[in-house]
Design a binder for this molecule. Structure first.
Ligand SMILES: [Zn+2]
Length: 147
């Protein structure tokens, strides 16, 4: 297994009802060989393991080698601000996943995507500059500090 320093929480920024094949097609249409996340929580709260943890996912450019990426389907920008669209089922599933990852990687920090500086010279970044700043549309650092 890789060394993991960060467990990064994301939102897809798409519809909560997007299917996993649609989500993965989106990564491929960006020219990505890898998926953007390891684990995705869909709109119903169901968990989908889309990338083995041993492999690298393209969640945050420059920080992927030592990160595990978890995302919920949803999250959106209204008037420049991120809106947390998580349902109770998604919140519960995220908690369960993060507790499991915390047990597996006790030294890793749980952070939100927006807690990383945006990559200004990168290529293959799925989000816009603004989106990087708001993803996952809530303060993951604070919400999960006790996990
Ligand atoms: Zn993100």
């Amino acid at each position: 297994m890789r060394e993991i320093n960060y467990i990064v929480v994301h939102c897809t920024g798409g519809s909560p009802n997007e299917t996993i094949p649609q989500l993965i097609a989106g990564f491929r249409s960006n020219g990505w060989k890898n998926n953007g996340y390891h684990i995705v929580v869909d709109g119903s709260g169901a968990r989908h393991n889309i990338t083995p943890l041993e492999q690298i996912a393209n969640g945050v450019q420059g920080h992927n080698a030592k990160s595990v990426h978890v995302s919920y389907m949803g999250g959106k920008i209204v008037k420049g601000k991120g809106v947390d669209t998580r349902t109770d089922a998604q919140k519960a599933q995220l908690l369960s996943i993060l507790r499991e990852l915390r047990a597996k990687f006790p030294k890793a920090k749980i952070v939100g995507h927006r807690d990383f500086s945006p990559d200004k010279n990168g290529n293959g970044v799925i989000e816009s500059f603004e989106w990087i700043k708001v993803c996952p549309c809530f303060d993951a650092n604070k919400e999960y500090e006790k996990i």
